[in-house]
Design a protein around this ligand. Structure first.
Ligand SMILES: Nc1ncnc2c1ncn2[C@@H]1O[C@H](COP(=O)(O)OP(=O)(O)OP(=O)(O)O)[C@@H](O)[C@H]1O
Length: 304
């Protein structure tokens, strides 16, 4: 069964085309990653899926229920963890979760609320007022709130932005368990290592369009071989070696170059070329290409 069907969704904010015709089909039980740089349209797409904003064109269904036409049924299927922390400061954690349960018509939900709090390490904060929680604790409540009605589809919009290692581990352990039990998970994150570890399939968005859609394994395979990462102290990459660049240097590390190599013997040729051009190398690593390289290459408009 299709968990989320997004068909030709468009959204414009005045002159800005935030989404330019996005179509995606996410199957039940998938762990799906929605990746893209700042402003790519990820949050806009998630807000449309959650029924929080209306698209200008296109259609979204969740487990077959139209988000616009059949909002209540669609919303029941969905648990959304938003990026921003918004709470009523006067309620305790437990009250917040009971209130959210009530919104879904669940009167006796305490057993599941306790289980969710336990799994997110929130039990000892159950009677604490929301305003007295730290940012990381508030984020745990946000996750718990999204899960009170045991939604078959869980959407997480950058759930680990600015949170400590402990919460990340707690969160991923619980979300992985829910995914193993059959829940569909859709994740946006800027932590590509996290996406690589968790997501089986990925869509990359750029300027409101899907620019890559594939399984994680297939995406990783697209960059075959290894890469030679060079930090140069002096000089720039000679013209002859530019075709080997996986992506141009990033703005914050202009002297770091990643070159694609298919054979270790090529390292010798590259080093000879650099020596001849008078380049001084500060540091050098040989490593496997990862999702970050693929992401940067796709966002740069290069072909794989
Ligand atoms: N309410 C709004 N009014 C006007 N423009 C908006 C509004 N919401 C989003 N935008 C613009 O739409 C584009 C897509 O924004 P969106 O928040 O969906 O991107 P994103 O991929 O989630 O980015 P980030 O990774 O920074 O969270 C951006 O250019 C943003 O400035």
């Amino acid at each position: 069964m299709t968990a989320i069907q997004i068909s030709n969704v468009e959204k414009r904010y005045k002159s800005l085309q935030a989404l330019g015709g996005v179509s995606l089909s996410i199957e039940e039980g998938e762990f799906f990653g929605l990746l893209g740089p700042n402003g790519a349209g990820k949050t806009t797409l998630i807000s449309i899926v959650a029924g929080l904003i209306r698209p200008d064109a296109g259609k979204v269904t969740i487990h077959g229920h139209d988000v616009s036409g059949d909002f209540r049924a669609a919303r029941k299927m969905l648990g959304v963890v938003p990026q921003e922390l918004v709470f009523d400061p006067f309620f305790t954690v437990r009250e917040t979760l009971r209130l959210q349960s009530g919104y879904f018509g669940l009167a006796n939900n305490d057993a599941w609320i306790d289980e969710v709090m336990h799994n997110l390490d929130l039990s000892n904060k159950a009677d604490t007022n929301m305003r007295a929680l730290s940012g990381g604790m508030k984020r745990r409540v946000l996750v718990a709130q999204a899960l009170v009605h045991k939604p078959p589809v869980i959407v997480l919009d950058e759930p680990t932005a600015g949170v400590d290692v402990e919460l990340r581990q707690t969160l991923w352990k619980f979300i992985s368990r829910l995914n193993r039990e059959g829940h569909t998970v859709v994740l946006t994150t800027h932590y590509l290592e996290e996406a690589q570890a968790m997501c089986k399939r990925v869509a990359m968005l750029k300027s409101g369009k899907v620019v890559a859609l594939d399984t994680m394994a297939a995406l990783i395979r697209r960059i075959s071989g290894s890469q030679l990462v060079l930090h140069m102290q002096q000089g720039t990459l000679p013209e002859a070696l530019r075709p080997l660049l996986i992506h141009p240097p990033e703005a914050d590390q202009p002297n770091k170059y990643s070159l694609r190599i298919n054979d270790y013997a090529e390292v010798e040729t590259i080093l000879a070329g650099l020596r001849q051009a008078g380049v001084v190398i500060d540091e050098m690593q040989l490593q496997q290409a990862d999702l970050e390289d693929i992401f940067l290459q796709i966002m740069d408009g290069g072909s794989l």
